[in-house]
Design a binder for this molecule. Structure first.
Ligand code: DMJ
Length: 567
């Protein structure tokens, strides 16, 4: 079922046979610099991949939500309004695919957001506010920012009207969603996942800026008001769950992985999108990252692979687990290093670290840079060390104090900051711990265990590679992104599109019958932008929402400040 692409580097030559006789993908990491003309060709290859994926969707699944790439069927898993069309529009515009975009626009202009289609799943299917905002509204607004087609803003407003009952809560945090059958509000409990209630502020603020309507601004502002009041004494950063009624934490867990991820992302990105004036969001961002450095950033005992552990329960237990979803975090740190003014780094070191005085031994911007590099290195190793060349959905890292063959490995606590302190006290010899380039695979040292073996066509690792490439200019990140693209072509491409891979430990065979819309919105977009020589989305002028839909940076005008009540 899976087919090679032909042309360019042959995939057979990229494969090698391991000692056990199993074919493995050999990561493409050239030692010399790839010539500029080759990067043009590589960007073209990604565009061809997009055409292959979207063409298959149009032929076999349009106007439904997503393609089943193994059986040429479709599903309506995100309200049935054609989520793949919405999620793909801005990528089409970036790639110059005007005919596809014109067809997409015609579809969008016909959508009726009050009718929710739900053919394939059980009758009481729920519309998810989070997914609807990041994919549909994000897609509409970003396509508008690129094309200035007014119908797109009109449709974003219609969508906002359809979603408005979900904001009827005392805290202003939105409900999870509603039943598609009868529109009744859906929330299993009043305890909501952080990411689901705090990842819409970019979309609503930009919609307010485009339309001049206060009601949209208020959606976003009320969420910030509630988040600002959350007591962080127990968790140090916004907790994984909040009460939808009063906005109080309902547990003591903290994480940068699934359920929390994009909320942390929106702290920095809201500050950036609104012209670096919103001190609530940047303050929370800096506090959260300080907390990560102090309590959550670990390295493995043998190879020093950096990762962010999760904290859970009242006794603050650690889960030494790394999800693919968390691999957005190094890119976010790199974006912050590039954009946040030095005074903010200086203030964050002095003002927010009453229990964290050890951070004062460092320039905080350096810490952000080192952590970004080390974490991205780990995410890359997760790909490079699998026979498929693709990264798994989650791994368990070997915990600190590991004893292996009678030998004790690593620093005592496993906390990065402890090891960094030793390095600091010893006169800072060599590169900061955790940031070293790791050896190619040596399975006897591989200090993690793959737990969830699938690769779901997710973007987070290539997103971080894109941001590290743009921020540092280090060509390693670009070359590694190319390696990931080759592995996707080798392993996930089907006659009709691309399919999630069951087991990254296998060089061949085993797919899931799905092509998520974020593959076109995010994975292919970040790869394309990484290989493109131009920089159409300058990080100083654009901010990507969590579904990789870029919104322009703007300053609120005096009229907007006055009308919306912006301080
Ligand atoms: C996307 O829908 C978004 O990036 C979201 O924030 C998290 N997960 C998926 C892709 O993995």
């Amino acid at each position: 079922m899976v087919i090679g692409t032909g042309g360019g580097e042959g995939f057979t030559s990229e494969a090698q046979v391991s000692q056990r006789g199993r074919k493995t993908f050999k990561p493409y990491v050239p030692t010399s610099n790839t010539p500029p003309a080759e990067w043009v060709t590589r960007a073209e290859k990604v565009k061809e991949a997009f055409i292959h994926a979207y063409g298959a969707y149009e032929r076999h699944a349009f106007p439904h939500d997503e393609l089943f790439p193994l059986t040429n069927q479709s599903r309506d898993n995100f309200n049935g309004w054609g989520v793949t069309v919405y999620d793909s529009m801005d990528t089409m515009i970036l790639m110059g695919l005007t005919e596809e975009f014109d067809r997409a626009l015609a579809h969008v202009s016909r959508t009726n957001f009050t009718v929710v289609r739900d053919f394939t799943v059980h009758a009481n299917h729920q519309l998810s506010f989070f997914e609807t905002v990041i994919r549909y509204m994000g897609g509409l607004l970003s396509a508008y920012a690129f094309s200035h087609e007014l119908v797109l803003v009109g449709k974003a407003e219609e969508l906002a009207a359809a979603l408005s009952p979900l904001f009827d809560t005392p805290s202003g945090l939105p409900w999870y969603g509603f039943y598609t059958k009868n529109g009744a509000i859906y929330n299993l409990t009043r305890s909501a996942m952080l990411a689901e209630v705090a990842s819409c502020q970019l979309e609503y603020a930009y919609l307010a800026q485009l339309t001049g309507k206060k009601e949209h601004y208020d959606r976003s502002a009320r969420i910030w008001d509630t988040l600002r009041k959350v007591n962080l004494t127990e968790t140090g950063m916004l907790p994984l769950r909040l009460n939808i009624t009063d906005g109080r934490p309902t547990d003591n867990s903290s994480s940068v992985g699934g359920g929390a991820d994009s909320a942390h992302e929106y702290l920095l990105k809201y500050y950036l999108m609104t012209g670096q004036k919103d001190y609530t969001s940047i303050d929370l961002y800096m506090r959260s990252v300080n907390h990560v450095f102090e309590k959550m950033l670990y390295h493995t005992p043998r190879r020093g692979l950096l990762y962010v552990a999760e904290i859970f329960g009242h006794d603050h237990k650690r889960a030494h687990r790394l999800e693919h979803l968390s691999c957005f975090f190094p890119g976010l740190l790199a974006l912050g290093v590039h954009t946040i003014p030095d005074e903010i780094f200086t203030n964050a070191a002095h003002t927010y670290t009453t229990n964290q005085t050890r951070l004062l031994s460092y320039n905080l911007k350096d810490l952000h840079t080192w952590a970004a590099t080390g974490l991205a290195e780990t995410c890359w190793r997760m790909y490079a060390e699998q026979p498929s060349g693709l990264g798994p959905e989650s791994v368990n890292m070997f915990p600190p104090h590991l004893k292996f063959e009678g030998k004790r490995y690593g620093a005592e606590s496993g906390l990065w900051i402890d090891t960094l302190d030793k390095w600091n006290k010893m006169g800072r010899k060599g590169v900061p711990p955790g940031t070293e380039e790791k050896d190619l695979e040596n399975s006897s040292l591989r200090d993690y265990q793959v737990v969830r073996t699938n690769y779901l066509l997710r973007p987070e690792t290539v997103e971080s590679m894109y941001l590290l490439w743009k921020v540092t200019g280090d060509p390693r990140w670009r070359e590694r992104a190319w390696s990931v693209f080759l592995a996707i072509e080798q392993r996930a491409k089907t006659e009709s599109g691309y399919a999630s891979v069951d087991n990254v430990a296998l060089f061949e065979g085993g797919w899931k019958n799905e092509m998520p819309s974020f593959f076109l919105a995010e994975t292919l977009k970040y790869l394309y932008l990484t290989f493109l020589d131009d920089d159409p989305i300058s990080l100083d002028k654009w901010v990507f929402n969590t579904e990789a839909h870029p919104f322009p940076v703007f300053d609120w005008s005096s009229w907007e400040k006055h009308t919306f009540g912006i301080p």
